[in-house]
Design a protein around this ligand. Sequence first.
Ligand code: PEP
Length: 248
Amino acid sequence: MSKKIYLYGNWKMNNTYSETEKFFTEFPAAYDAVKADDLEVGIFAPFTSLWPLSQGAKKCGIVFGAQNVYYEPKGAFTGEISIPMLKEYDVTHIILGHSERRHIFLESDEVIAKKTKAVLDAGMIPVLCYGELLEEREAGNTFTVMERQLKSALAGLTPAETAKIIYAYEPVWAIGTGKTATPDQAEEVCKWSRELIGQKNAVILYGGSVKGSNAKELLSMPDIDGALVGGASLKPASFLEIYTAYKG
Ligand code: PEP
């Protein structure tokens, strides 16, 4: 049996409510043509698109989720969205620590750790992103940076909790830039992460300009369990092509 592939799409700040409805007029037929036991597809939409996403995703039987959440359940936190709010939409998975949250919105390791714990406590699955900036890689600090990010998010968690997390290694220099890590670079980090996490069966995705043309070589690496996809996830064809290219 071939390994299970996780194909998760991060729409970022794209696809309005009506654009999400339109996406799901095309997606079901495209998904029916590729769906397989060894494929898990997930889509992560902006909060305002979660309702049409949840309706479309449930019909197709795919995973769906949000791109962020706050760790407190309610209160005076203007502009934030809580875990109970997302639960009412049947959200099960939440992206945390995406590099755009870390670097544009200045989310600290400490905040990401609190969010990770809160999501696990709620019985939901964090999709925990981590990765280095170009200058950190060039200065030879890739592993130091990622060790700090991962250790801080995992501190105090039980092995059962760390096993539930889905990890996403996303080198910041490869996100939305068209530059992809080479399969060897991505594999080196994912293998190293698996040891640091201490879970042989941890699910570790690679993210950074994944598309049909580079999917096969990346997803064939032994420690890469799937892809977190930004740009190519916005259209059903370019998204699902990542899986068919891997299989083809
Ligand atoms: C992402 O948003 O996590 C991502 C990897 O984006 P892209 O595929 O566009 O590089």
